[in-house]
Design a protein. Sequence first.
Length: 224
Amino acid sequence: MNGFFTSFKPILKRLKKYRIEVFLLSAATIIAIVTLGIYLASRSAPTENDLEIYHDTEIPLAHQNIMIDIAGAVEKPGVYEVSASARLQDALNLANGLTEEADKIFFSRNFNRARLLSDQEKIYIPYSWEINTGVFIENARMFDYSSPVVSTNNSNMADSNQSPTIINLNTASAEELDTLPGVGAVTVNKIINGRPYSTIEDLLNKKIVNKGVFENIKGLITTN
């Protein structure tokens, strides 16, 4: 055993002679290892910019929602939140579809149900009486599939200054009743089936039309 330690004495003496160099080398090695560990840790951990980019792209734009406003001849007009990929048909579904006062032929010619909606968009579905009185018109050569066209035709304005034709609720034909603003085929049948009428207010009393339609047609009808 003593011989074993004796053989290492020259080595130990030499290490003592170079103990400063050994210490510095050991310290440099430790510092290098620690520095390498910190570097590798910093590369693997996400930075603030990385987190910000991830946050910005976490929800694709296609999955974000937008707000639209639908009004006019629909059952439930209002403001609705829909997806950014929603179509006009989606908005109609939320509004429970068109009312019986809507001009469905005009709608089918001038509105594209497959059209993509945009944020803050206003959608207005015109009533039949608005079509009949020229408030909304359509281009005879090219339909506008985005929105109806507001009439600026002077001839329509001149016609509106003429005295309206008064329609007798008790004797008018279905074709005559159909010319009343806001009155469609369903309402025409209700009016005919509800005869006779003593006063025009019987339309409300018998729940033939709602108050809004009545206000629009009361100056155009009579029972005498």
